[in-house]
Design a protein around this ligand. Structure first.
Ligand SMILES: Nc1ncnc2c1ncn2[C@@H]1O[C@H](COP(=O)(O)OP(=O)(O)OP(=O)(O)O)[C@@H](O)[C@H]1O
Ligand SMILES: [Mg+2]
Length: 234
């Protein structure tokens, strides 16, 4: 591909991304008006003992939950579209992981998940956008949690290898079959009833924006490992 062709594709992509982002914003406002009015309708019906009203209330709850789902998809989409400019600071990945573990620990405990960090000391520093990296950890943890409905073990490892700093995210959850594994990073691919399918595409976009790579190994019934490699700062 020559430079001109590449530029044409970048322009095209930017135009489509801007359009899609604008569309998501435009949908959000009427959706929130709908939601608000449904809440009000629901409140009125709640006061009635009339069976017909109760039936309507059920339907309203159904529509409310669909509105909420749509809103979650829009938020995930906007988050995905927003990953662009990074605010890079030289940081210790271990510190970022430790902060995350502190933050996530109470939720993990609630779900019967034990977190086991193995953080290699004296890691080289990496250039990170800390808030985006937190988003990566949060998304991976959420997936791990959803894959371990009965609880389990979540192992977080860091180590240095070949001039790169590695982060391994390992769960003992349900794992996935080959068909799922091959579509993991596709936008809107989800096996969950109310998944947006934008979690991992966002994760990969963030990792790649850091000039890093991400890969996944998984075995059905055994668990899943995500491996992230980031270039060490000079
Ligand atoms: N740790 C994991 N264990 C098992 N399956 C996983 C794991 N992580 C991801 N998956 C599979 O990959 C799919 C895509 O994940 P992704 O995070 O992109 O979307 P999602 O979790 O379905 O929805 P969202 O993250 O938007 O709520 C999931 O639906 C699930 O099938
Ligand atoms: Mg997810």
């Amino acid at each position: 591909m020559d430079d001109q062709e590449r530029q044409r594709l970048v322009d095209l992509y930017s135009e489509i991304a801007a359009l899609a982002g604008g569309l998501a914003h435009e949908i959000r406002n009427p959706l929130s008006t709908m939601s608000l009015n449904l809440d009000l309708l629901g409140e009125e019906l709640e006061e009635s003992d009339n069976p017909r009203d109760q039936k309507m209330l059920k339907r309203i709850h159904k529509v409310q939950s669909e509105c909420q789902h749509l809103n979650e998809i829009l938020n995930a989409f906007l988050q995905f579209a927003r990953v662009g400019e990074l605010e890079l600071v030289e940081a210790d990945l271990n510190a970022v992981v430790r902060d995350f573990v502190d933050f996530y620990q109470p939720t993990a405990r609630e779900h019967g998940i034990e977190i086991s960090p193995h953080l290699e000391s004296n890691l080289p520093t990496v250039k990170l956008d800390q808030s985006l990296m937190r988003q990566v950890l949060m998304n991976l943890a959420q997936n791990a949690q959803q894959a371990m409905p009965g609880g389990g073990l979540l192992e977080l490892q860091t180590f240095a290898r070949d001039g790169r700093v590695r982060l391994e995210f390992i769960d003992t959850g349900e794992g996935m079959d080959e068909a799922t594994r091959s579509k993991l990073f596709d936008v809107f691919f989800s096996t969950k009833q109310d998944g947006s399918g934008l979690g991992l595409p966002t994760v990969r976009k963030i990792v790649q924006a850091h000039r890093g790579t991400i890969s996944c190994e998984s075995e059905r019934g055994k668990g899943t490992r995500f491996s992230i490699a980031l270039p060490a700062a000079e």
